[in-house]
Design a protein around this ligand. Structure first.
Ligand SMILES: Nc1ncnc2c1ncn2[C@@H]1O[C@H](COP(=O)(O)OP(=O)(O)OP(=O)(O)O)[C@@H](O)[C@H]1O
Ligand SMILES: [Mg+2]
Length: 256
């Protein structure tokens, strides 16, 4: 039997008359790299908001590691092993790169301020912070203020802060959005590395060409519903998908 880490069952939310997410049932297999694609307004971010607990569903249920977490607060989902980055960058601008990641690593170690009483724990958090800095390719920016980073570097830092929480499932909402084009392959490499280290990744992207190689599975969301779901080779050739997206930008690597 396959090992499902995350499952949504008839999940939906309405904003007035708009069914932004409409009856989405998906099972996410542990260790797999799954990408959700779809046009603007398809409901991708809203689906993540439901999974991560920022929004309450109107219908359906969410299961994480077999527990029904539908009514869990966002913070309890993080504690259970769910990590999420946001479509907009979210770092502390007046702290350095190292300090931002150390804060996240420290909160994960759950020892808080008491940490500073123990040199060994202090060292452990610092070592982990350095390791994460390497993983997100920012060691050369260690002592720079987050405010002074380029947009692309801020996105890497934000990812580093999520990785410091050692999530079992990583939800990434368009991590390459707004990045300089030459930075995009670097972010792809970081995602691939994270997946290869055993993290289950659920990615939202606009551009199929970017993720076809990376993903074990593509899910196409349109108008809040799953239009296609399967391996990238099949889904990218699916006539329904081609019909829905030809000229719509989703298959085009150059559109944002
Ligand atoms: N809090 C809200 N209140 C009302 N409508 C909302 C709210 N959040 C999202 N929507 C609407 O729900 C729909 C889905 O939005 P969502 O942000 O999930 O799309 P998306 O697929 O992430 O799009 P994009 O690719 O542009 O990020 C849109 O029509 C949006 O305007
Ligand atoms: Mg979105």
């Amino acid at each position: 039997m396959s090992d499902m880490i995350l499952r949504t069952e008839n999940l939906g939310v309405s904003f007035g008359a708009l069914k932004a997410v409409n009856d989405v049932s998906l099972e996410i297999e542990r260790g797999k790299f799954t990408t959700i694609l779809g046009p603007n307004g398809a409901g991708k971010t809203t689906y993540f908001n439901l999974i991560s607990g920022l929004l309450k569903p109107t219908t359906g249920k969410i299961f994480f590691k077999d527990a029904d977490i539908t009514s869990y607060k966002a913070i309890d989902r993080i504690a259970a092993g769910m990590g999420r980055s946001f479509q907009l960058t979210n770092v502390f601008p007046m702290l350095t790169v190292h300090e931002n990641i150390r804060l996240a690593a420290q909160s994960y170690s759950k020892v808080g301020v008491r940490l500073f009483r123990s040199h060994r724990r202090y060292d452990a958090v610092n070592n982990k912070t350095d390791e994460i800095l390497e993983r997100v390719l920012l060691p050369h920016r260690r002592d720079a203020l987050a405010a002074s980073l380029t947009h692309g570097e801020q996105r890497k830092l934000e990812l580093g802060m999520v990785l410091a929480l050692e999530p079992e499932v990583l939800l990434l909402d368009e991590p390459t959005a707004g990045m300089a084009i030459e930075q995009v392959p670097v972010m792809i490499d970081i995602m691939r590395d994270t997946h290869q280290r055993g993290t289950t990744v659920l990615l939202i992207e606009h551009k199929m060409d970017l993720v076809k190689q990376l993903s074990d599975r593509l899910v196409i969301l349109v108008n809040g519903k799953v239009l296609a779901d399967g391996n990238p080779a099949e889904v990218s050739q699916n006539p329904e998908v081609l019909k829905a997206y030809l000229g719509g930008g989703v298959l085009d690597a150059t559109t944002a």
